[in-house]
Write a protein that binds this ligand. Structure first.
Ligand SMILES: C[S@@+](CC[C@H](N)C(=O)[O-])C[C@H]1O[C@@H](n2cnc3c(N)ncnc32)[C@H](O)[C@@H]1O
Length: 267
């Protein structure tokens, strides 16, 4: 399966390994909140977890340290190498065609593939593959980037919405397809919250909930300083929790996280 050369080149620069630890100022908030939402839903310990699009392995390492049996799959060679260097079991692969057998895992993380598969058929294939490898009752955690995230981030937080970038953002808002190439993030698909929920349901999942991961705090221009201060960090986290399932605010999210379950017909 072919990975878009722009996406490949973007990740081969190697910045992804540091993104969540502060390489991107909003990364630590994204990491803390994604971990919180995953941990809240995972049913106990000793689970078999497949981290699809797991990048350099930040989540796989964390889940492994919690005692889970984790395998990471990613199409970028550098990411697989970086994950392996830190002790993660990692293999090259694509979300649209997984090597794992049917019903073989308790949870699938899909934190990346849905926003790098620009075509709806490809996203449907990735979700169907996640469904196939999950056992009945197994859990899906699927991340998306919200349709308006780039506009809000570039205009409000970063003050970096020049005329050339505006055209890319405007196309992203009307079609969902963000053609950032190799310079402005990279090529991506930005979901409407309802669209993410529908894609997950269409792949056969039930009990679908969509969460606002970072909440409004991602728009704070001084987020790195706030995060460094324990009291102000708590306000960022509490603000995110306060509106995490507020449907009227989901469109103003940065990342969305769909949590869903493979129906268990034995129930
Ligand atoms: C922004 S990174 C996220 C990494 C990690 N999951 C996280 O949340 O921090 C997106 C990841 O999706 C991967 N990816 C892109 N297209 C993919 C595909 N078709 N199948 C699996 N992974 C893919 C990229 O290689 C990259 O590692």
């Amino acid at each position: 399966m072919q990975l878009d050369p722009d996406i490949q080149a973007f990740y081969e620069r190697g910045a992804e390994a540091e993104r969540l630890s502060g390489g991107l100022a909003t990364g630590p908030l994204e990491l803390a909140r994604t971990q919180e939402l995953i941990q809240r839903h995972l049913p106990g310990s000793d689970l078999r977890i497949l981290d699809v699009g797991g990048g350099p392995g930040v989540y796989a390492r964390w889940l492994g340290a919690l005692g889970h049996d984790v395998v990471l799959v990613d199409p970028v060679v550098l990411h697989v190498e970086q994950a392996r260097e830190t002790g993660v079991r990692a293999e090259l692969g694509d979300a649209r065609r997984l090597d794992q057998p049917d019903g073989s895992v308790d949870a699938v993380l899909l934190l990346g593939p849905l926003y790098h598969l620009l075509d709806a058929d490809d996203r449907a294939e990735a979700l169907r593959e996640a469904h196939r490898v999950l056992r009945p009752g197994g859990l899906l955690f699927a991340a998306a980037i919200s349709r308006y995230a780039a506009l809000l981030d570039l205009l409000v937080r970063l003050d970096a919405l020049g005329a050339a970038v505006f055209e890319i953002v405007a196309e992203g808002i009307s079609t969902g397809v963000f053609r950032g190439g190799r310079e402005v993030f990279t090529n991506a698909y930005f979901h409407l919250p309802s669209e993410l929920a529908r894609e997950v349901v269409d792949a056969g999942f039930g009990d679908v909930e969509v969460f606002n991961v970072e909440g409004p705090g991602f728009l704070a221009p001084d987020i790195a300083e706030r995060w460094a201060d324990p009291a102000r960090r708590q306000i960022l986290l509490s603000s995110a929790r306060l509106v995490e399932r507020e449907p009227e605010l989901l469109g103003a999210a940065s990342h969305l996280l769909a949590v869903a379950r493979v129906p268990d017909t034995r129930d």
